[in-house]
Write a protein that binds this ligand. Structure first.
Ligand code: NAG
Ligand code: NAG
Length: 226
């Protein structure tokens, strides 16, 4: 359920490249009915038109904290996000359904940020290592394998999985610099599937979960990379 709560943030991130901003300088009479924000906005002819937007397309509820997804992407720390919320000019309290403690919120947001970092890096992420490597094994956080290079020769190579994987509330996932092995242990690898026991957060419960590492680890000329 907590992992599900992360997905809208990822969706918000996906849309952030073309995020709009600054509407309130050129609109008046704004009001909210349910999820719909309505206002009278000036268009390029200098004339006012009534317009509305479903706030579900712009705002995200991050474990009870309302925010724009793009603000998170801009690199705000959890504390900065909280300040942003307190200075928000519009009262969006009706959208705030959960109120975790500040420390819990901090912990949860900290867990989410590597996921966003991952998406930022995803355009240049490596992939598909397992079809050109053999003998893979994991010791601690280190994945070792024998991978074919561009000469067609096999070289032993290894990578620290902390640089490739992330633990999101017990679910192992691809995540650049996600530091998954700081909260996961007891990892195994079968073909490209990496399985670990990961802390779910908040207590000492662990979830045994897997990730298809072909989605974030590649073989670059005989070297495992992510
Ligand atoms: C601006 O809004 C007015 C009034 O709604 C409309 O008649 C006009 O076509 C709009 N101009 C542009 C460029 O959209
Ligand atoms: C491929 O690996 C072999 C064996 O390690 C090495 O001698 C060779 O230089 C490598 N070729 C390239 C292009 O890296």
């Amino acid at each position: 359920m907590r992992f599900t709560a992360v997905l809208p943030i990822l969706a918000a991130f996906a849309a952030s490249a073309h995020a709009a901003s600054g509407w309130a300088n050129s609109c008046t009479g704004q009001k909210i009915s349910n999820s719909i924000l309505t206002a009278n906005c000036i268009n390029s002819s200098g004339l006012t038109t009534a317009t509305s937007i479903d706030l579900n397309t712009c705002l995200v509820n991050i474990f009870g904290l309302l925010d724009c997804g793009s603000d998170l992407i801009a690199g705000l720390t959890p504390n900065a996000v909280k300040r942003h919320r307190h200075t928000s000019p519009v009262n969006f309290n009706q959208y705030q359904q959960l109120q975790p403690s500040a420390s819990e919120l901090e912990m949860r947001l900290t867990a989410v940020l590597p996921v966003l970092a991952t998406l930022a890096a995803s355009a240049r992420a490596a992939s598909g290592w397992a079809s050109s490597c053999t003998g893979q094994k994991i010791s601690g956080s280190i994945l070792t394998a024998n991978c074919i290079n561009s000469s067609g020769l096999t070289t032993a190579t290894s990578i620290n999985l902390n640089t490739c994987l992330v633990n999101v509330f017990g679910q192992l996932g691809c995540g650049s610099e996600g530091q998954a092995l700081k909260t996961c242990n007891d990892c195994t690898v079968s073909s490209a599937t990496i399985t670990c026991s990961c802390l779910k957060g908040g207590n000492s419960d662990r979830l045994r979960s897997s990730v298809d590492s072909n989605n974030c680890i590649g073989n670059r000329n005989g070297a495992l990379t992510c």
